[in-house]
Design a binder for this molecule. Sequence first.
Ligand code: NAP
Length: 289
Amino acid sequence: MTRQKVAVLGTGTIGAPVARNLRGKFAVSVWNRTPAKAAELAALDGVEAHADPAGAVAGADVVVTVLKDGPAVREAMEAAAPGLTRGTAWVQLSTVGAAATDDLADFAEHHGLVLYDAPVQGTKQPAENGQLVVLASGPGAGRDRVEPVFDAIGSRTVWVSEEHGAASRLKLALNSFVFALTHGAAESLALADGLGVDPALVVDVIAGGPLDSPFFRAKAAAMLTGGHTPSFSVANAAKDARLVVEAARSAGVPVDVTAAGLRRFERAADAGHADKDMAASHLAPDAGV
Ligand SMILES: NC(=O)c1ccc[n+]([C@@H]2O[C@H](COP(=O)([O-])OP(=O)(O)OC[C@H]3O[C@@H](n4cnc5c(N)ncnc54)[C@H](OP(=O)(O)O)[C@@H]3O)[C@@H](O)[C@H]2O)c1
């Protein structure tokens, strides 16, 4: 039996492991703006790299986008348009927020694509382990076409709604919690240091208690050791915090903590830490207040 073909547009921190985990279950074609990253994957059996999005999506049963933001997704899909077939399922994994999802839904309608708004929870390591949590919204009919894709990349799929955009809105709510945890850890460790006590003692006290979590441990370890290989970059975290603040403003919900955290990410980025993991929140310089 011929394998179904899945095209992955974007092979960054999350897109590359997504493509690797689809391999073996599907024929996989990839495209990335910086071709070297896609070429690395094409060295693996069952993955074909393409120089342009249209080549990658040609003949695909499912198209997956894992790009930075809404404009990047729109641009890549416009470039893919000559290769798209009406009726193809489009799994949109990137975090683009609510407004951009509406724009992408218009694009999908115009090109006859069946859009699944499917942002993911989890970072680099869960993506590598096929342990992402997929937040999905999209039509009930035809879900059997995309569920095998979700099963290959994630440990769980949460169907949020049939209405596109609902999954992206849930993702914003989750990100506000992720950022609060990150900045909370950063401030606590930096404050311990500033007050002249060993910041490692913060971790020591929390270890094994109700405040402990694998996320806290990973971010605190990065902050204590200066290990800043990005699982989720400061630049992307700032982009997502901005999406949270904008959506909250439209909904009339105060998000003081995310707004302050956004300024912290922006200060870290301005100080040269944009490409480091968001744990580099602890390197944000003093706001001067
Ligand atoms: N990392 C995480 O923990 C995590 C978790 C959940 C969701 N997400 C979301 O998943 C998406 C991808 O995140 P990531 O961590 O994989 O980011 P990343 O490593 O920074 O990769 C970003 C990808 O987008 C591409 N890109 C950026 N701007 C582009 C443009 N204008 N045109 C075409 N391609 C463009 C990059 O291409 P180049 O290689 O050429 O730069 C790369 O393929 C984002 O929406 C992010 O918010 C990330």
